[in-house]
Ligand binder design. Structure first.
Ligand code: SF4
Ligand code: SF4
Ligand code: SF4
Ligand code: FES
Length: 961
């Protein structure tokens, strides 16, 4: 809650630290309301609300220990007793629902005595070390004792107690001090209800009950995924963040947005001075509603890691030591080199790559610099290599390059189809929401070559796991649509009213063809026809059906086709345009949606408007006072090919590590080495920066103002909580470079950049920092028609008018297994690491995933004499690397799997540069490989290690100019 006295600081609201307001039990959604009297006040609440929450609404706090409004009431502590006229005894207010005309008394002498008695029992088994306790002043037990006026403990402290219980310090981020536990079960319930991991139990009975991770294991050895939900729920110092133990209670807080994944969780950055001591998930954050995962919650230490480079550096060639220079020198050096290149090789010889980790405002400025300053359209973004097929596929079919729902919509879903996405690892907070809905009874279909956690998680089991062959997504989607159509399960009314009928007719004839039947495609998909039929029937007839998909759909040679197949399936069954349904691309990085929205593709201006549209161009030309080139520029792969050919010579790469993240690493390295001037703006000397001539220090999300847009199209504020370590926020650096290149920019705050975006982009017309402060976040479109944003899209009609059923012919990828390369490698993410790992590898998260490993099925391993932990060489058509083997039945025979979080793993040394036919998104998910036992690193790894050492020396010897 905002508190009077909060002071305005730039665009951020700096709050004096205060715990978030807690109403004791969750809010109830009910159309019916009930009025009752609480201590003489009449209050009206939704039917089903607890007496405790109704009292809170009337401004009356009933003491409590086991209740908190993020969890279902439990009724164990008996501190919240009340008196209710006509009811016997002293009911617990947390578990008693309100009734019409109920008369409740919360403050009577009798109640005070009873409550004090309960508290005395608790305190008689609690250390009296408040003054030295890390949560002194931020402890509900302490507060409740104070509220109840506890002055003595009649039971003494000499009886049986838990005061000498051991501490569990196994988790790097929090400590479990069992001596302070009051066994309220809030932690256990948080792990079950909020996180869905079920890692905690109460062991023993009565007085001997204790909280236990797993079967009496240390937290690190248990199923715990370190989400922190139990720590947040704990009312005492039993579960406490190590950062709080080290630094003490925060002094103030700022609400901001996580900079890791596309869920876009809101956090309170809690500070002492300008040191962040805790990131607490924000209850009012609509994407996360108070929950978080191990990355956003705990892995923020990278922001102040010793590897941060905070001074600009330049060098003439990559075998020279870096020279530390002033910002002015670095900027003028860059501008001069870029101008020289353009003078010599032409206007199109330079370009830029923007980042999905940077803010909307930063991304917007980079594309503006390219179009208005470089005078070309050679701007692309890392979404090229992840969700560009989503842009193409959804724009073609539905008319807008974005997901259709908000995350909370899943609570209304009856059948969830998860395809090529691993929410519990890659989008964990959404994964928890999803698991909750599945525990409530929603059905689940998983289409994935690998047995992801959702296939068989605690209290969650997929009804159908279609373990599709890598590369056969379009075949499986077509087969599902074929079943629905031939069995007459499609929604004729929806199709007639909402979709292009001529196109549907053509598509109907196409999909009905027996070549799309599950039997015909069984060999291609690897899925038994009957299983596929059953899954299709469930999808079409099971009620509200929603599709959540990820890079396992897009990163294929037919990525765009598969996205269109998904949209077809949703339209075919009438599952678009209301809550609980829809097409939901799970965006990997925090601002993938935003970086695409902001005009980062070479053919599109902000708001997905094609450059060829003269009226849109004129709009920008007037605002920017330049003439724009109407020809689309180069995509990232074209930039690299052109660099190798010698035509493309200069690249400004902001916040993106292409040398690690893009496919066919050796090709990328060759391209980067060929550049005359590579400018990298980042917080660390990443893999790409090792090939750079100019390094411009970047700022982390804690050091700047701006906005991110998550997978729900939700624009959320990013607020500066500490000064930029390099002295400049990223947008300021781009602005300086633009000015040095003769492209005037004079913003004094990112809010002005957003104002410009809003002026020029119809879907953003209503967005401003003031509105973001007021609403907390906004889902675009936000304009005159939707002044507060748009949670659900395509409600009455599709953005393109009529829904378009695209023909989705299945074409097998060229990348096939054969005798030389008999296995198919597919790649993915893991919970504790993020993308190329530049941030998470510099945190304690590496305790969970210190290296990338190769998952291989026991049969394939046995055939090759590979045992758990062996080094194995992985050879593809383009390269080879060496990883440790993990024998796992998560993958089926013939398929191997790895992650790509560690640079020396070289997962992308083996991925090829095959790509999606429409967007050039690389086919990361299918690489034919051979795997053998080996005893030493690959030649590439050995060479890379040597190169890394050399670059580190050149960095260490950085000289002040
Ligand atoms: S650890 Fe905390 S939340 Fe869990 S039972 Fe003990 S006091 Fe309650
Ligand atoms: S940190 Fe999360 S997963 Fe681990 S025990 Fe607590 S709630 Fe469960
Ligand atoms: S789920 Fe994503 S946005 Fe939320 S805390 Fe984790 S990494 Fe951050
Ligand atoms: S708060 Fe109601 S019984 Fe614990």
């Amino acid at each position: 809650m905002e508190r009077a006295g909060a002071r305005r600081y730039g665009e951020k609201m700096l709050q004096f630290y205060e715990p978030e307001q807690d109403h004791g039990t969750p809010a109830i959604r009910s159309a019916e309301s009930v009025s009752l009297s609480i201590d003489g006040q009449i209050v009206t609440v939704p039917a089903g609300t607890s007496v405790m929450r109704a009292a809170a609404q009337a401004g009356v706090k009933v003491p409590r220990l086991c209740a908190t409004d993020s969890l279902e009431p439990f009724g164990s502590c008996r501190v919240c007793l009340v008196e209710i006229d006509g009811m016997k005894g002293y009911p617990a207010s947390c578990t008693t629902p309100v009734r019409e005309d109920m008369v409740v008394h919360t403050q009577t002498g009798k109640l005070a005595g009873l409550r004090r008695n309960v508290m005395e029992l608790y305190i008689s088994d609690h250390p009296l070390d408040c003054l030295t306790c890390p949560t002194n002043g931020d402890c509900e037990l302490q507060d409740t004792a104070g509220e109840l006026g506890l002055r003595e403990v009649r039971y003494g402290f000499d009886g049986a107690n838990h005061l000498t219980a051991d501490k569990d310090t196994s988790n790097p981020y929090f400590t479990f001090d069992a001596s302070k536990c009051i066994v309220c079960s809030r932690c256990v319930r948080a792990c079950e209800e909020t996180q869905g991991t079920f890692a905690l139990t109460i062991q023993g009975r009565g007085f001997d009950s204790t909280v236990s991770a797993g079967q009496g294991e240390a937290f690190m050895d248990s199923e715990c995924v370190s989400c922190g939900a139990c720590v947040k729920a704990c009312p005492t110092a039993t579960l406490t963040e190590n950062s709080i133990i080290e630094h003490g209670k925060p002094e103030h807080s700022v609400v901001t947005t996580c900079a890791y994944c596309g869920v876009g969780c809101a956090f309170r950055a809690e500070l002492k001075g300008s040191t962040v001591v805790r990131m607490t998930p924000h209850k009012d954050g609509k994407a996360n509603e108070g929950h978080a995962c191990v990355k956003g919650r705990f892995a923020f230490g990278y922001a102040t890691h010793k590897d941060r480079i905070t001074e600009p550096m330049i060098r003439d060639s990559i075998d020279q030591p870096w020279r530390a220079v002033s910002w002015e020198q670095a900027i003028s050096y860059t501008a001069q080199r870029f101008r020289e290149i353009q003078d010599k090789y032409g206007r199109n010889s330079i370009g830029a790559i923007s980042s999905s980790r940077c803010t909307n405002e930063e991304v917007y400025l980079v594309q503006k610099l390219v179009r208005a300053g470089f005078g070309n359209n050679n701007i692309d973004t890392c979404a090229r290599v992840c969700h560009s097929p989503t842009g193409y596929g959804l724009k073609t079919t539905l008319g807008e390059s974005a997901g259709t729902q908000e995350f909370s919509s899943v609570a209304q879903t009856d059948v969830v189809l998860v395809m090529g996405s691993n929410p519990t690892e890659a989008h964990p907070v959404f994964g928890s929401r999803l698991k909750k809905r599945l525990r409530e009874g929603a059905k689940l279909i998983v289409i994935d070559p690998r047995g992801i956690e959702l296939v068989d998680a605690p209290h969650v089991r997929a009804d159908y796991h279609l373990a599709v062959n890598p590369g056969a997504n379009v075949a499986i989607l077509n087969a599902m649509a074929h079943v629905i159509v031939t069995e007459g399960l499609h929604d004729e009314t929806f199709i007639r009213e909402r979709c292009d009928s001529a196109q549907f007719k053509e598509w109907f004839g196409f999909i009905k063809d027996p070549r799309h039947s599950p039997d015909e495609l069984e060999v291609a998909t690897g899925v038994p026809a009957n299983t596929l039929r059953a899954a299709a029937r469930l999808f079409a007839t099971g009620g509200n059906a929603a599709i959540y998909y990820g890079l396992g759909v897009t990163e294929h040679s037919q990525g765009s086709t598969a996205v269109m197949g998904i949209a077809n399936l949703a339209m075919l069954t009438g599952n678009v345009g209301r809550e609980g349904v829809g097409v939901n691309p799970m965006r990997g990085q925090n601002n993938v949606q935003g970086s695409c929205d902001m005009g980062s593709f070479p053919h599109e201006l902000p708001g997905y408007r094609h450059l060829s549209d003269a009226s849109t161009r004129q709009l920008f030309e007037r605002e920017w006072n330049v003439e724009l080139d109407p020809e689309p520029g180069m995509r990232i792969p074209n930039m690299f090919d052109s660099a190798i050919d010698g035509d493309f010579r200069g690249l400004y790469c902001q916040g993106e590590d292409v040398a690690q993240s893009d496919p066919n690493t050796q090709h990328i390295q060759a391209a980067l080495s060929a550049l005359d001037c590579l400018v990298v703006q980042d917080i660390f000397l990443n893999e790409t920066a090792k090939y750079a001539h100019v390094f411009l220090p970047g700022s982390s999300f804690l050091e700047k103002n701006g906005t991110f847009t998550n997978a729900e199209r939700r624009i959320s504020p990013v607020r500066k909580v500490m000064p930029a370590m390099g002295g400049k926020e990223d947008w300021e650096v781009t602005q300086d470079l633009a000015n040095a290149m003769g492209c005037p920019m004079n913003y004094t705050h990112p809010s002005q950049i957003m104002d410009e975006i809003a002026r020029l982009t119809p879907t953003f017309h209503g967005v401003s920092y003031e509105k973001l402060d007021e609403l907390g976040s906004i889902q675009w479109p936000c304009n005159a028609q939707h002044p507060d944003g748009t949670p659900t899209m395509h409600v009455d009609e599709f953005v393109r008018g009529k829904g378009f059923f695209a023909l989705t012919e299945y074409v097998a990828t060229d990348e096939r297994a054969n005798r030389r390369f008999p296995l198919l490698l597919t790649t993915g993410r893991i919970l504790s690491q993020y993308n190329v790992g530049a941030q998470t590898r510099r945190t304690e998260n590496s305790a969970w995933h210190p290296e990338d490993i190769l998952e291989i099925h026991p049969h394939d391993a046995e055939e090759r004499g590979v045992v758990e932990g062996d080094w194995v060489g992985i050879q593809s058509r383009v390269g080879n690397t060496v990883l440790r083997a993990c024998i796992s039945e998560r993958v089926r025979p013939g398929v191997v799997y790895t992650t790509f979080h560690h640079p020396l793993s070289g997962a992308n040394v083996i991925t090829t540069d095959n790509s999606d036919w429409a967007t050039n998104c690389p086919e990361y998910k299918v690489t034919a490989v051979q795997v053998n036992r080996v005893s030493e690193p690959s030649t590439w790894q050995a060479r890379q290690q040597q190169f890394d050492r050399r670059q580190q020396e050149l960095l260490d010897s950085a000289l002040p100019e």
